[in-house]
Each structure stands twice: as C-alpha cells, then as structure tokens.
Unconditional design. Structure first.
Length: 152
C-alpha cells in the first residue's frame, strides 16, 4: 500500500528532472513550436515549492522506497490541475499510477474540489489508458496534448 508525504527539495529536483524527461520522450513537436515546460512551470509555481495552491507529493511503498511523484495545482475554486504524475521506471506496471491517481483525487475531493483536469501528450497511450480507466474523459486538445477531466 502506498503512502504519501510532501516532497523534499532534493525530491522536487528529481521530480522536475523526471517530468522533463518523460515529456520530452512523448513530445512530437520540435523547435519553436515545442511547448516551453520551463515557462509553464514558472507560471504555476512562481515561488517554487512554496507557491500557494500547489500540492507536491512523494509516494512511497511499504519498504519506504520512493516510487513516484505528483504535482497538482489549484486553477479555480473547485478545479485542480494535475500538472505531473509519474512513477519511477523501475516501479512501473505494478498498479502504482492508479493508486496515485486515486490518492490525489481523494485528497482533492476532501478539499472541496469537484473537477480534476490534466493534459496528456496525444501519443502517451499508457497514460491515456490509465486516466480513462480512472474515469477521466477527453474534452479537448491543444497542440500536442489532449485535455482530460474527471468529476469528483
């Protein structure tokens, strides 16, 4: 069973590195049309880890091994963006992503959030499958991503 805690500064740097690596691996757009993830991150987190309305999770297994991270950001009173969710490569395909999604959605619902939203690269089929299985629906698209939502 997974449990979570707030990320440390070292884990935050690791999460950001994992995030950029994962996104660049699925991004089909090159050059000037590529989304600048550094700019998007700076907009969502102007004060780094201490930015208000952001939730940074480290997920650990029973052996206290870090298996993944999630970063959520409040967008409106009742909407929360899943900015990043990732399971470390050595822990993939064990159901951890589903558990992480359940935990962050449960936390959001307890905080009064009624709608979760995320963007996923159109060619990241494993993630799309997990999100759809967890109740997210594709409601739109932008550049290289689908926009997906889930009512809580």
């Amino acid at each position: 069973m997974l449990h979570s805690r707030k990320v440390t500064e070292v884990e935050f740097e690791d999460m950001i590195k994992d995030c950029y690596t994962l996104i660049s691996g699925y991004s089909a757009i090159e050059g000037e049309n590529q989304v600048d993830w550094h700019i998007q991150m700076a907009e969502l987190m102007p004060n780094g880890m201490e930015s208000a309305g952001n939730y940074l999770y480290t997920f650990l297994n029973e052996e206290e091994q870090v298996i993944g991270y999630a970063w959520c950001s409040d967008k409106e009173d009742s909407m929360r963006l899943i900015a990043y969710i990732g399971v470390k490569e050595s822990f993939r395909r064990r159901g951890y992503a589903t558990q992480i999604m359940e935990m962050i959605c449960r936390d959001a619902k307890q905080a009064g959030v009624s709608l979760m939203v995320l963007g996923v690269e159109k060619n990241n089929f494993p993630a799309i499958h997990i999100y759809e299985r967890d109740g997210f629906k594709i409601v739109g698209e932008e550049d290289i991503r689908f926009i997906m939502v889930k009512e809580l």
